[in-house]
Design a protein around this ligand. Sequence first.
Ligand code: BES
Ligand code: ZN
Ligand code: ZN
Length: 503
Amino acid sequence: MKTIIVEPNFNKVEADVLVIGVPEHPENIVGWDGFVNSFSTRLPEWLKAGDIKTTFNKIVPMPAMEERDYKRVFFIGLGAQKALTEDRLRQAFAAIGKELANVKATSVAIWTAPFTNDKLTCEDVAFAAAEGIGLGTYKFAGYRTDSNARDVAIEALTILSSSDEDELKAACEVGKVYADAVNEARNLVNMPPNILTATKMADYARELAEKYDFDIEVLGKKEMEELGMGAILAVNQGSVEEPKLIVLKYAATEQWEDVIGLVGKGVTYDTGGYSLKPREGMVGMKGDMGGAAAVLGAMAIIGELRPQKNVIAVIGSTDNMVSGDAFKPDDVITSLSGKTIEVLNTDAEGRLVLADAVTYAKQAGADYLIDVATLTGGVIVALGNDKTGALTNDEAFFEEFMQASIETGEFVWRLPLTESDKKRIRKSDVADLNNSPGRDGHMIFGGGFVGEFAGTTPWIHLDIAGTSDAAAAHDLGPKGATGVMVRTLATLVERMADTELED
Ligand code: BES
Ligand code: ZN
Ligand code: ZN
């Protein structure tokens, strides 16, 4: 989407596709009659005959084409005007995006006027259009030599509106920034593990740092050994690939204070280690760096929009392999925090990686912590594949986070973390903690383990094992990586730049 145009007169627009949103009872909408008169007086007739549907997300091509500058016209039903939210609009535009990809359109114009209601401004619509279309048109390029990947992209988006041109354009730009960042994260997750190694992920982070002027530090094995990062090093022990701790700093203010720490699990492949995964359970574990991708995606948005909030991103990256050198159940390791850990299960590796990454973030000045990880199969058992599981130790911080997730439409559900859960994490004959207290409710043990390292710093844990990868096409994109939490993390940082949390 290189060009964004705002144009009041649709007769002046040249686009491959014109999209017209039609809510229920469009005749009640200010501007509809004028639109009908200037576009096609047959619209009421088509609506009456059911050739144009007002049902939410129902897309139909224009029943009869007239001589126009665009090749196609799509009508999309928007359902009840009152029920329209930004999230529903995003879904509708993503559905349009998929259709645009199917017909290989490179330009699209959208008539927005009737979409608005008292909760939605024209800017909201423009934002949702750019974001939804960006998300909906995504396709991973892949490596097929007879590539059937979509090779055309939407170059130009026109918003048909007489509202303030600059404001609408700005809203579209932000929507595009959000969609592009999600799609970048999706690309990372979709990449195969022989290509996306920890070193490659660090290279990618360096590119981000260069582009957005972030401070960057990448620790390799030697630096980790010097610092005593025994937890991430243990996970890496069986690998021929170097581990990387990737640290990006976005300094919005002179003083490095009031810092949000975004911490991502970047396990580029999870075989389970000696607690080996069954063969069906292993396929797909290239996506075990979804948390890292979410953090990198959020950082891209932060780099573009530059909110007034200091942010540190810390990603622990390694694969979890088997070899004569690999760590094993019964090992006792010493983490960066000094806490010792009895390894009961080498497949519970994410929490080990996060333990050191969270400690590093704290030591580097994080005042708030959010860790994001494809951490447990348990979250899928508990919540299914469409809800991210959360834990927290801070009500106000979590409340603010939930507001961000409502804005983005990314569903998050909190689970409890009780004293008796903590007791089980701390139960070991030989060490301070154990990394696998049991399978009953084990999403809580996974996240709770990370919480031991957050300590009293306000902290939120997000388990995206169910939501990071989609088994089938969904509202906002195709099968495969979803880029979940990119938008919510960035939205939270934007919100926290504008508000003070209450104690
Ligand atoms: N990477 C997995 C979790 C996972 C499962 C991600 C399914 C995506 C889809 C994690 O490292 C893991 O293996 N967790 C174990 C923990 C158990 C050994 C306590 C699990 O959930 O089974
Ligand atoms: Zn694992
Ligand atoms: Zn894992």
